[in-house]
Ligand binder design. Structure first.
Ligand code: SAM
Length: 291
């Protein structure tokens, strides 16, 4: 079992599917590049890199705040860790960090990256638009710093930063990224796409897709990617329809993000991806969970 190596809490964070992605890498004899066009907390990518299952990870997210955080982990490690160690975890600081996030594009990447991280660790379920743990009055059982274990977070960031030569981060729209940025990577590459959910997405993330965007990106994914890929989504009929010509299976999902979300999630595979034995066509067609 992988421990959680990413320092970001992320609603719907996928680190728990790392063993499955690792199986896909093994079956397809891929150990070079692993790409996440919708990186968010990048839980799977960080696990794979630290376990040396792949040489390079490519993390892209169109949200400047998320990018700023990963940028700071890699390029401003010492300053970011200094901010984490030295900043008092208070409601006043929380308000200040929230105001910086509102100014977004005017704030430099280190300050923005730390502010995103601060709210990610201090807000309920790591959701940026949610309230602070314990409430503004701090009357709850859990207080603002309940998830802010400074030493542990600093050591996670330092461990990741040691691999900075092997981490490639970008702040692009996924469509552009797919069509222009990753095309030249070698065949020794797996792409894992985890787009914003079809439903509930705008509650969870700052950047989400309109309904029509899901159709557009489905075309891009199925027609323009020249590497092996796997995709995960909420398993709603609209999404299943968009990918009906591909192999897929549905698995049960339940996680807590403020309120608890229960539902089905779907994996979709590109045609030439070899699936692990646990994931035979029979299972896939029957929609059996193998996680
Ligand atoms: C479902 S989350 C990814 C979660 C991630 N797999 C994890 O384990 O933490 C989707 C991410 O896609 C990003 N995003 C939304 N629209 C995007 C777009 N058009 N291009 C690139 N990233 C986008 C969001 O900012 C969000 O971080």
């Amino acid at each position: 079992m992988y421990r959680v190596n990413t320092p970001l809490r992320y609603p719907g964070g996928k680190q728990r599917i790392t063993p499955f992605i690792q199986e896909l890498l093994n079956e397809n004899e891929i150990d070079g590049n692993y790409v996440e066009p919708y990186a968010g907390g990048a839980g799977v990518a960080i696990n794979l890199l630290l376990a040396k299952k792949v040489k390079n990870i490519y993390l892209n997210d169109s949200d400047r705040g998320i990018y700023a955080f990963w940028y700071s982990v890699i390029n401003e490690t010492e300053k970011l860790c200094g901010l984490i160690s030295d900043t008092e975890i208070t409601i006043d600081e929380w308000k200040y960090r929230k105001s910086l996030i509102k100014q977004n594009s005017e704030v430099d990447l280190l300050e923005l990256g730390f502010s995103i991280f601060f709210l990610n660790r201090c807000n309920r379920s790591g959701i940026l638009s949610a309230g602070v743990i314990g409430g503004i009055e701090q009357a709850g059982d859990y207080k603002i710093d309940a998830r802010f274990h400074k030493d542990d977070l600093v050591s996670k960031i330092e461990a990741i930063a040691e691999y900075r030569q092997n981490i490639f981060i970008t702040n692009l729209d996924a469509e552009y990224y797919i069509k222009n940025y990753i095309t030249e990577l070698s065949d020794d590459t797996l792409i894992y796409l985890d787009p914003p959910y079809y439903e509930k997405s705008s509650e969870l993330y700052l950047n989400s897709y309109l309904k029509s965007d899901h159709g557009n990106i489905a075309n891009v994914i199925q027609n323009d990617i020249n590497h092996k890929w796997v995709l995960s989504y909420d398993g709603v009929p609209e999404i299943l329809k968009l990918y009906e010509s591909r192999r897929s299976f549905i698995y049960d999902l339940s996680y807590s993000a403020g309120k608890s979300y229960k539902g089905k999630e779907v994996f979709v595979f590109c045609d030439d991806l070899i699936l692990p034995i646990s994931c035979t066509l029979e299972n896939v067609n029957a929609g059996l969970a193998i996680l």
